[in-house]
Each structure stands twice: as C-alpha cells, then as structure tokens.
Design a protein around this ligand. Sequence first.
Ligand SMILES: [Ca+2]
Length: 272
Amino acid sequence: MIRKSGCASLALLFCCTLAVLTAPSAYGDSLVLIQGVDGYAGFEDTSLFSENENSGGGSDGVFAGTNGQLDTRRALIRADFSVIPQGAAITDVSLQMTVMISGDNFGNVDFTLHKVLRDWGEGDVIGLSEGGFGATAAPGDATWLSNAHGASSWTDAGGDFTPNVSATAAAGLAGTTATWGGPSLVADLQGWIEDSSSNHGWLILSAIEGEFKRVKKFHSSEALQDRPVLTIQFTPDTVEMPLMDEIAILISAITIGSIAIVRLRRAHAINR
Ligand SMILES: [Ca+2]
C-alpha cells in the first residue's frame, strides 16, 4: 500500500513539476505606437474627397463627414505592426484620435472604423484650406475613385471596405479625443499580424455622413501634436524567461523532488 501510495505521490510530484515548467506565462506586453516616438514611423493616413480626384496624405489632419458644400470626406489610416513579434496573441487594442476642427462647432458625432480591403497610397499632398480640400493627387495617391491614382481604382467609389463595423467612437469638439476599441478591433489586428499582406488599415466613416456641416478634422500622423495613438496589449507566443529564472525553477524542482524521494524511502523502510 505504501509503495503504491509512494508511486502515486511521485507521479503527482512529477506532474506538478512539469506543470510549473510548462504552465502558460502570465507575462504580457504592451506597445504604444505614435508616429515619431521611439523611432516609430509606421503610420500612414490620408483623406478621400468626394468632389474630385484630390488627395491629402501630407496634411496635418484627416477628414471624415460632410462639409458645408455637401461634399463628403472619408479618412484612411494604417499602421505597420511588424514591431509585434510573430505568433503573439493580441488581447487589447485601442486607437485614439484627437479632433482638430469640428465642423460648425458641432458636438458629438459617431465615427465607425471599417477594415479596408485594398492597398492604397498615402502620398504627401497637403492642399488648401488646412487640407480640407486636398490638392491634385500625385500618381499612386489614394483618392475617392482610386486606391492608387493613375494606376488602379477602387471597386466602389469612396473606398473598398467591409460593411461590418470594427469599432465605433464618438468625436466631439476640437481638442477632445475619440477612442475606438473592442473585440472586433482586436480581431482585425490579430489577422493583420498573422498575414501582414492583408493589412490595409481602417476607413473612418461618419455615422451621419451626408449631413450638412458635420465634417471633423482629426490630427494626423503629420500633425505637430496629438498624433494618432495605437495602444496594443499582447501575449508573446513563446515567453522567453530570463535564463536565471529557468535555472532557479529547475533547481527548485530537483531539490523538492530529491527531498520527496528521500522521505518516501524512509517511510517505506519504516513500514517494512
Ligand atoms: Ca498622412
């Protein structure tokens, strides 16, 4: 009986030791991506102007909504996620954008994010009226009709994007910040880090597109301040613990195992 009990104890000890050595780590990591901070240069953003083939990728802002001329703007934003290790599991993500100008000084408007389905060009055109009307697109720039001006067109004017909403956020007056987040945004990012060729970013769409003077200008990645902020939480696929930690765990496991074996042998000898 004692021998049987001892074998069971040893098996349990082995399992526990193995569990300690192979248990999923609670370690996670986080990234805050801002253009120009810590050398990050992976943001691209621009605006689409419904009334012409202008572009505005170099402007200090991107536009979404409809202006006083009943012309519509949509914004595109994309970030390079190669800084996230391969195999990582995204656990949380948020995109923050700060309002620079609120059309007609109007208050909160919902804006939705949608996955863009085709590649597009940012370019460096700035344009007139604080970028609000863009300027003549250069070859390769995204415009209302083209994902790459002079080379290829969107299937649908105004951009090819999923009808599904990835996230919704309210944007208020100038100086306020809109924050998008949630599980669909996490799923978008997870898909993009697993297949970077599918990363065409998000299109920002006004929930009241078409309404007079409800356009907003958000600070872009070229703005002097309040650039877009992407905050990402993730768990690396393989957690690389410091070597000393691994050695300490191994020594502890061996020590505990040795003590247990000695005690079991003693108990077995006493009960013989
Ligand atoms: Ca830009």
